[in-house]
Design a binder for this molecule. Structure first.
Ligand SMILES: *[C@@H]1O[C@H](CO)[C@@H](O)[C@H](O)[C@H]1NC(C)=O
Ligand SMILES: *[C@@H]1O[C@H](CO)[C@@H](O)[C@H](O)[C@H]1NC(C)=O
Ligand SMILES: *[C@@H]1O[C@H](CO)[C@@H](O)[C@H](O)[C@H]1NC(C)=O
Length: 928
């Protein structure tokens, strides 16, 4: 939620003077208004033109290999010529470099600068070091990032060759570091796949004084805005270090498709930026954001993935400052240029045979996505705002009356007393405990908004101020800005003492409620009075680091502090916290869900939600959704239906609406819209076991829950730019949402194989991968099963997921052309961390030529747990002439027969009530 008073005023002014740009264009810098972006783009053009003497080289005498902590360590020297003289009179800057090969196809390198600790324009409280801690927030604490065993070819150096080769002993990766013209070549299985500093765009704007601004630069470096910021909204930036950007180029050899670097409202495949703005990563609040745009949004994950059949690479730029990325597609390669305002160059490269493995390797480092409570993957009903307890309980009971399952109801900002977080509006919510207890009767949950800004002059903000736990000005006073409550301060969750204060506040708020959860909004941070709707870059955080250096990870520190506090607060029950964050960074997947922010109820926003969610899924952050059916504005019934049909596949499934939008809770809809929406939500609930298994797989290996086609079929050339259809996890469910007004059919791309139309189980065979036009009348959601799949469902309607926990199971078997299929079921208590100590069940189902078997891979300690009955087994006929009349079931030494329901016209056969449950190993043989 957002429409800032400031922003709306500006928008109004723009409208009045006849401007046509959206307000974000005006509030946000373009590259040419951003000093370091313009300077680095200029540098890139000059370097490409000139191709002259490389300014950066490795000092051969500084090289260390065997006996260091790293595979390779040396100093890069930057030689700055004197202004009009030879090199001898110039200056040499020392930039320490290390390069490591890690296990599992990973390469990491880092370039730092040893800065003078006496800051000419500085204040004591500023830390003079370049910020080198982004990785500490981004990496999982238990990630192993120590170097692997390597062989180093020092024998060639220095007499015969200008490079050093480092080769891992146990993987297929080798790295060649060139000395006189610094560059790094990376080989995978003996082939050159990636070149670092290929175009010599390495630029470390070294520390210099104001007086040295013109003399201490390379001829290719500009001085534009290096000691001042001329952008209209950020003129007050004191830029205490002057210019300090870092930039570097990467060429991906043989790659023509790159993805990732969210968050942008753009296609899945990233676009060439030669004639446009670069993609920008800078967390900001963008109400009704622009579409097909490279402008920054609420979150930032600086991971880019390049892929082609047989190979994929990831470039992870571990930097949390304002960052711009240029992309140039060439015929046989992709050239990328990364530019960050501050910090160090810290890069992790991932190399693999396919993109799924890149995502997996990335989450091995930054942490696997959390396994959320099963209820939190049910349906969420939200609105800005449910006004009072009566309103909440009315929505709750009306959903039941209309037969629409749901699990979470949400309270936006207005539940607070005068926008003071950690309070409740007394007359509207006189007894939160009573309300929570009523919701809990059906196992339902409540989420309340808690933002990092705190209104001044009440006991919470006073505690934060007096304990020096707020974000500071650069003179060390507490920063005050404007947000929803008016004048506010911001909690500084980068500081460990502030995190303790936050924990105490959260703990006091949650009390001992079982079903109260939290939503961290506005944590970019959104500041109505700040430059570009966010914090001034010279504010200070814990450790004395500038906002400039840590900006993109601030939101992560807020939601991690909230998560830790919630976890501790629930510790006696070991409950899993549910938390939603708007701002995110690499690593956010460990603790919070997210969503695509303030969208609009129109077709373009529905359409873009799919590639946006896919992008987050491939960069390790799958627990995402878009607000259904658009946050602001009122959807038409057609748009609303299409949006639920698409949104039912978002890992995070929430209906939400702006305070000015009409009420649109599903039970309020006119028939037949209401029944259509009800059935879509019920479809989600019937597939909860399948969704939960997909979340589990993702929590083990980091793979997406919504998979683009090239993740499932990387061998196919034609799928690399498809971003309007996707697979659910590894389940074989293929979805093509309808996102066009008035459409009654859609074109769906199918790989080769046997496919089934989900509802009818009618099969069709695809010989060669191709597009097929499929009927899609309004009530129909184009959904298919790829042959070879077994789907697990719970088909009985219940009011919430908790009430379904012990419901019987239906197995849906969809064989491939060879008559085989397989599937998986993971389940646990869905609520606590007991799964971490083995309290879960993990089952494989396999089908081959009429024989279905269940194999239990893991059982909980209690044989009664998760022992749901199997009530139905449905087997699609596929292209085999399936005509069994009975099935023989075997369980241990028991054998019995079961009749098979079957008819000529039907596309499947059914075995009802086969007397089996999930805790048993069994097999079933079909007999003709
Ligand atoms: C560090 O900077 C201060 C102030 O500009 C200067 O006086 C001093 O000589 C510098 N020290 C080094 C080691 O360069
Ligand atoms: C940078 O140096 C030039 C001359 O070398 C000077 O004219 C200019 O004012 C300086 N820039 C700033 C921001 O002081
Ligand atoms: C603030 O005051 C309220 C009302 O007196 C009290 O319940 C709450 O615990 C106080 N919070 C803090 C952090 O002191």
């Amino acid at each position: 939620m957002h429409l800032t008073n400031f922003a709306s005023r500006i928008l109004l002014v723009l409208v009045l003077i006849g401007q046509t740009l959206a307000f974000t264009d005006y509030l946000l810098k373009s590259c040419s208004q951003s000093g370091f972006c313009l300077r680095n783009r200029h540098y890139a053009r000059e370097m490409q033109k000139a191709r002259k003497q490389e300014a950066y080289s490795i000092d051969p005498t500084s090289i260390q290999t065997q006996d260091t902590d790293h595979s390779f360590q040396a100093n890069i020297l930057k030689r700055v010529p004197s202004q009009n003289g030879g090199e001898a009179s110039g200056k040499t800057i020392v930039l320490p470099l290390f390069v490591d090969i890690l296990d599992g196809g990973k390469v990491r390198f880092k370039i730092n600068e040893l800065r003078n600790s006496t800051l000419e324009r500085g204040v004591d409280v500023i830390n003079p070091k370049r910020y080198d801690e982004a990785y500490m927030w981004a990496f999982d604490k238990s990630a192993n990032v120590s170097p692997a065993d390597v062989d180093i070819s020092t024998s060639y150096w220095p007499s015969r060759r200008d490079d050093i080769e480092i080769k891992s002993k146990d993987s297929e990766v080798s790295v060649r570091v060139h000395l006189t013209k610094f560059r790094i070549e990376i080989f995978y299985r003996g082939k050159l796949v990636l070149v670092v500093n290929d175009r010599m765009l390495l630029n470390v704007e070294h520390q210099r004084s104001l007086q040295e601004n013109a003399s201490q630069k390379l001829p290719e470096e500009l001085t534009f805005n290096d000691f001042e910021d001329s952008f209209q909204y950020s003129k007050e930036d004191s830029l205490p270090f002057g210019p300090e950007s870092v930039a570097l180029d990467f060429t991906l050899i043989g790659i023509n498709d790159v993805y990732g670097i969210p968050e942008h409202a753009d296609s899945l495949r990233l676009k060439d930026t030669q004639n446009t703005e670069p993609y920008r990563l800078f967390n900001v609040d963008v109400f009704e954001y622009n579409l097909q745009a490279k402008t920054p949004m609420y979150g930032a994950i600086p991971l880019m993935i390049g892929a082609k059949p047989g190979f994929a690479a990831g470039v992870f730029w571990v930097n949390s400052a304002d960052t711009w990325v240029d992309i140039e597609y060439d015929e046989s390669e992709t050239k990328t240029h990364w530019i960050s305002e501050a910090g160090v160059i810290d890069v992790m490269i991932f190399l693999a045979d396919n993109p799924l493995e890149v995502t997996s390797a990335y989450t091995e480092v930054t942490g696997r996505p959390q396994l959320p409570m099963i209820s939190s993957i049910g349906y969420h009903q939200c609105r800005w705002n449910y006004n009072d307890e009566k309103d909440v309980l009315t929505v709750d009971s009306q959903m039941d009356k209309a037969g629409i399952p749901y699990d979470f109801i949400w309270l936006d900002l207005e539940y607070t007393d005068d926008k003071k977080f950690f309070t409740w509006k007394p007359d509207a919510f006189p007894n939160p405990e009573r309300m929570l207890r009523k919701l809990w009767k059906l196992g339902r949950n409540l989420v309340t908004l808690i933002d990092p800004h705190l209104k001044i002059n009440y006991n919470v903000s006073e505690l934060v101020e007096t304990s020096k736990s707020s974000v500071r000005n650069h003179d060390d006073s507490s920063y005050h800005g404007h947000c929803w409550p008016g004048e506010s301060i911001w909690i500084d969750t980068l500081s460990s003492s502030a995190r303790k204060v936050w924990r105490q506040l959260i703990d006091g708020f949650l009390m001992n409620y079982d079903n109260l959860h939290i939503w961290n909004d506005m944590n970019e941070p959104s500041i109505f009075s700040g430059p570009e709707t966010t914090a001034p870059k010279d504010l200070l955080h814990g450790g004395g680091f500038e906002e400039r250096s840590v900006h993109n990870l601030y939101g992560l520190t807020v939601h991690e502090a909230t998560y830790e506090a919630m976890k501790e607060s629930y510790s006696n029950k070991a409950k899993r916290p549910f938390l939603l964050t708007r701002s995110f960074f690499a690593g956010s997947q460990r603790t919070a869900a997210t969503w695509t922010g303030d969208n609009v109820a129109n077709w373009d926003y529905l359409h873009i939600s799919v590639p946006m969610c896919l992008t987050n899924n491939i960069v390790g952050y799958p627990f995402i959704g878009a607000d259904i059916a658009g946050f602001s504005g009122d959807p038409t019934p057609e748009l609303l239906i299409r949006w639920y049909q698409a949104g039912v596949w978002y890992p995070f499934f929430r209906g939400h609406a702006h305070i000015d939008a009409e009420r649109r809770e599903p039970y309020l809809l006119q028939e037949p819209v209401r029944s259509i929406v009800r059935d879509i939500i019920r479809l989600r609930y019937s597939l909860l076991p399948t969704f939960y298994t997909a979340f589990h797989v993702s929590s083990i290996n980091g793979t997406p829950i919504m998979n683009p086609l090239f993740y499932v079929h990387p061998e196919l050339e034609g799928v690399y730019d498809i971003d309007d259809q996707f697979y659910l996890g590894q389940t074989g469910l293929l979805v093509k949402p309808v996102t066009e007004e008035g459409a009654t059919e859609v074109s769906v791309f199918f790989p080769s194989g046997l496919f089934y139309e989900y509802e009818s189980m009618k099969s069709f065979s695809i010989d060669k991968p191709r597009r097929i036009t499929i009927d899609a009348p309004l009530e129909k959601l184009p959904l298919f099963i790829e042959g070879g799949t077994i789907i697990v469902r719970r088909d009985r309607y219940r009011r919430s997921s908790k009430l379904m926990a012990n419901d019987p199971i239906t197995l849906l078997v969809a064989p491939n052309k060879e008559g085989r299929a397989s599937g998986k079921l993971y389940t646990d208590d869905g609520e606590t961390f007991a799964f971490q100590t083995g309290e879960y069940i993990d089952i494989s189902f396999d089908y081959e030529q009429g024989v279905l078997t269940s194999r239990i891979n893991h059982k909980p300690s209690d044989g009664q747990l998760f022992a749901s009955k199997i009530e139905k087994i449905i087997i699609a006929k596929g292209d085999a002439a399936q005509s069994s009349s009975y099935a023989l079931l075997k369980k241990g030494s028991n054998e019995w027969m079961q009749s098979v329901e079957y008819s000529e016209e039907s596309n499947f056969i059914t075995i009802k009530n086969p007397h089996l449950n999930l805790q048993e190993m069994w097999s079933m043989i079909l007999h003709g």
